[in-house]
Write a protein of this length. Structure first.
Lengths: 380, 508
């Protein structure tokens, strides 16, 4: 141990004078956990990757074009807005990419390119930037865009195709895919299809009972492995579940919202299916269809637009799931996740107002606790 | 009921509070405590504690011995300060305070004679047979304050505990702040002294038992303390999970007793008193050896230092001397901090003295500080999850940013303990706890202004009333005099009237 001796004797006898300030005055803490917004976004994207790759493979080049254009549209819209407002570019934080990514997963895989770009602009401009940018929006931007597109262009937004995996013989090549992206698909009956929820809705409205409807439907209507038609992120439900579990494990999201959303869908489905199996789909069919898994783990869990206490998140999630099931079962649209998320987004400020954590030393109503004397008469 | 209660609590409070910061305790915690040689000059401030500053009783030129009282306590909440070594008082005047402001404070400059001669010391013989008041008196005279950093005069707290009839004395050996290991070393090397201090404090407060909480990241200290406490009645060593801020009073009390101290109440209200282990050791020295508090063990740490470690340092030693002795700096630190990284204060310069409450000096590099550019809040809720009190830091910050301080108070601003967990975990690098401390200061200033305005208003009102009263009294006096004069006149007139009547009547 090398210890320096202290200077001796009359080194400096003047009282300590104020010295030049070493650093700018800063307050504690003088340490940081190292988390960042970009890292959170990266983790969510990583969690989405397996299901996305599966979806892109399943639906081929048109889906890849759609995916790229949606994200591109979001990035472009974000950049334009920030430039117009004189803000510093924050494309690097990944939030615009993630919005585009989620929107793309909720679109029909062969949707034309203009839907993708328009959707990206709606998501970023109307869904996010008009509210003041990141963290300020009341509604989930991707769902705002999806609903706006669905309401405005119902035909394009409900055109499903039979899976035609990349590199398979019937799949369109890259050049063909450009035609689809630019002009929209002209679907011959052979590849036009319906998602499970869409088909069910149509048949039920015609008075066909479920067992007949499902038996007579397109071949790959329901498939655990996901080889069926549906939106880009609908088919790989199990892979989305894996990604969702990764988010839970890394602490990016908490269990409350996903569990409550799935319960909100599954509980009424269980009851209704038991009561009338000819009229209502079963719980597994509900959970693996539409945007149930995507919505539960990736969309309803959006930090900005969901409550921030555990109890609030349970209410929010269950409401989202329940509304989804109600719209699916009785509403005019086959799928209701986007509507349900938006409705519950609107409820978030109210939920947050009434679901506050209990403060230490206080009751839930804010009154101080009664002092309770320690009882240690029994000794240590 | 029980299970539902549990589930409900789980739903309500969610995951455990607090954060697990990088400890950075090694290698500083692995080297034995080294004693700093007596420096040539010591600067001993009058105010090193919560409460009124001590009043100097020495003059420039006076020769003092080590342990001699330099300034006496003033008022009920105060503590004396003592000469840390023998030598001559060469100045009494302002020096730079060990505080971010860099303002001046009054201090005594002591030139060491390098002999380090103690004053004859008076220990208490058989203190456990002495009255608790005698022990408290000795602790007060020794100038002992809370050495965990709170610096509340220890004797006042002992007296409070006795008056409130506390049942359990908790010694805080959790040392949850990263980088610091002075309590760890103290417990490893001087466990007997700490346990002896605990026994003395139990006697002084009348507590039934002592529980000593130590975080599970200090296995050596736990072993040493268990060995020292073996066979000592009613003193138990309790291992608590390493989690910041475990060393906060309320959190430690919950962990050790399961009791929640109500808001706006004191630990003594539930029969508990919490002291730091370093304070216990100092109390042992004061009572058994008669030594006043003239030195303390503190940690020197941070990546900018060549040799981090723990040092026994005389109170009043200049931080710069301490760093030079330890081997100096590797490079210029990004921040020089007194205390731990979570709640410590930035030092304006290394030319400030070590004071009683200084548990450590950190010379942190830029990487360690990891200061980021604040971004927008994405409402991720990390701060809510981390808050050990159950507050909503993001909502409070939004209120404060909008200038709605009352809104922040409504959300529990005054329950915030300033631990810094929220700012530590924030992915957007938002200075949350800083905003809360600012708001608390702002509210205190507003309250003072209100108080002053109220006082001014009352004075003005009193003056107006006095003036009115005086005017009224004057007017009344004048009226009285006028009435008297009138009456006098009337009387005069009356007495004159008959004559007049006579005189007038005559010609008629």
């Amino acid at each position: 141990m090398n210890l320096n001796p202290l200077p001796d004797g009359d080194a400096e006898l003047a009282p300590l004078a104020p010295a030049a300030t070493l650093v700018a005055v800063t307050a504690s803490p003088h340490a940081h956990g190292g988390g960042s917004v970009a890292r959170v976004m990266q983790r969510v994207m990583l969690a989405l990757t397996p299901a996305t790759l599966f979806g892109l493979w399943l639906f081929g080049w048109p889906a890849i074009n759609l995916f790229v254009l949606t994200i591109g549209g979001c990035l472009l819209a974000e950049r334009i807005c920030q430039r117009q407002m004189g803000h510093k570019s924050s494309l690097g934080d990944g939030s615009a990419v993630l919005t585009g990514w989620l929107l793309a997963l909720s679109l029909p895989p062969w949707a034309p390119g203009w839907i993708a770009v328009l959707g990206g602009f709606i998501a970023i401009v109307i869904g996010k930037q008009v509210f003041g940018g990141l963290g300020q929006n009341l509604f989930n931007p991707a769902m705002v865009a999806r609903v706006a597109l669905l309401v405005s262009f119902p035909v394009v937004m409900t055109q499903w195709v039979v899976p035609q995996p990349l590199f398979s013989t019937e799949a369109p090549g890259f050049i063909d895919s450009l035609r689809i992206t630019l002009q929209g698909p002209e679907l011959p009956d052979a590849i036009a299809s319906a998602s499970l929820l869409g088909h069910t809705k149509t048949e039920l409205s015609r008075g066909v009972e479920l067992t007949h409807a499902l038996a007579a439907g397109p071949a790959a209507l329901f498939d655990w492995a996901g080889l069926r038609s549906g939106s880009l992120g609908e088919t790989g439900a199990l892979l989305l579940l894996v990604g969702g579990l990764y988010l839970l494990a890394t602490g990016v999201i908490r269990w409350h919202i996903p569990a409550a959303v799935l319960a909100g869908i599954a509980l009424p489905a269980l009851i209704a299916h038991a009561a009338d199996p000819e009229r209502y789909l079963s719980a597994p069919q509900h959970l693996l269809s539409g945007a149930a898994i995507l919505g539960a783990f990736f969309i309803a869990t959006d930090y900005v637009t969901s409550p921030n206490t555990g109890r609030g998140q349970l209410i929010f999630g269950f409401g989202t799931g329940l509304i989804t099931w109600i719209i699916r079962s009785w509403g005019g649209y086959p799928e209701g996740m986007a509507f349900a998320v938006l409705l519950m987004n609107a409820m978030t400020p109210v939920i947050d107002r009434y679901c506050k954590p209990r403060i230490l030393g206080r009751q839930t109503n804010g009154q101080a606790l009664e002092p309770k004397l320690i009882d240690n008469t029994g000794g240590a | 009921m029980g299970i539902f209660d549990k589930i409900f609590r789980q739903l309500g409070r969610g995951e455990p509070w607090g954060v697990h910061p990088d400890e950075h305790k090694r290698p500083a915690s692995e080297a034995p405590i080294r004693t700093l040689p007596v420096p040539p000059l010591l600067y001993i401030p009058f105010s090193q504690h919560v409460g009124a500053a001590a009043e100097p009783i020495v003059h420039v030129g006076q020769k003092v011995l080590k342990g001699e009282c330099l300034a006496v306590a003033k008022g009920t909440i105060s503590a004396p300060v003592h000469a840390s070594t023998s030598g001559e008082i060469i100045a009494i005047g302002p020096i730079t305070a060990p505080h971010p402001s860099g303002l001046e404070i009054m201090a005594i400059t002591l030139r060491s004679d390098m002999e380090d001669r103690w004053l004859p010391l008076e220990a208490i013989v058989d203190p456990l047979a002495a009255a608790p008041e005698v022990l408290a008196r000795q602790v007060a005279d020794a100038g002992i304050v809370g050495l965990g950093g709170a610096t509340f005069p220890a004797s006042v707290k002992l007296g409070l505990g006795r008056r409130s009839g506390i049942k359990t004395l908790i010694l805080n050996g959790s040392e949850c702040e990263p980088y610091l290991s002075c309590d760890d070393r103290l417990m490893r090397e001087r466990a007997d002294g700490v346990i002896r201090g605990a026994v003395l404090m139990r006697h002084a407060t009348g507590a039934r038992e002592v529980r000593i909480g130590i975080e599970d990241n200090k296995p050596e200290a736990i072993v040493a303390m268990r060995a020292a406490a073996a066979g000592v009645a009613d003193v138990s060593i309790c291992v608590v999970p390493a989690r910041y801020p475990m060393g906060s009073d309320r959190q430690l009390i919950i962990e050790l007793t399961g009791i929640e101290v109500p808001a706006e109440a004191r630990a003594a209200d539930v029969g508990v008193l919490v002291h730091n282990v370093g304070t216990a050791h100092a109390i042992h020295q004061a009572i058994d050896l008669g030594r006043p508090l003239v030195s303390r063990v503190m940690t020197l740490n941070g990546a900018a230092l060549r040799q981090p470690g723990n040092y026994e340092v005389l109170i009043g030693t200049v931080v710069d001397d301490l760093i030079a002795f330890s081997g100096g700096m590797r490079n210029t630190p990004a921040r020089l901090v007194m205390g731990g990284p979570m709640m410590g204060q930035v030092l304006p310069s290394p030319l400030v003295p070590v004071v009683k409450g200084c548990s450590g000096i950190l010379a942190l590099s830029a990487e360690e500080v990891a200061q980021g550019e604040p971004g927008p809040c994405i409402r991720c809720g990390s701060c809510t999850k981390a808050c050990p009190v159950g507050l909503l830091p993001l909502e409070m910050n939004a209120r404060i940013a909008a200038g709605a301080l009352d809104g922040a108070v409504g959300l529990g601003l005054h329950d915030c303990i300033g631990c810094g967990c929220c700012a530590y975990v924030c992915p957007s690098h938002i200075p949350l706890v800083q905003a809360f401390n600012h708001a608390k200061g702002e509210l205190a200033a507003q309250a003072r202004i209100r108080q002053r305005n109220e006082a001014t208003r009352k004075l003005a009102q009193a003056r107006t009333e006095r003036l009115e009263r005086e005017a009224r009294e004057k007017a009344e006096a004048a009226a009285r005099r006028a009435a008297e004069r009138k009456a006098q006149k009337a009387r005069d007139a009356a007495s004159a009237a008959p004559e007049q009547a006579n005189s007038e009547g005559a010609p008629a």
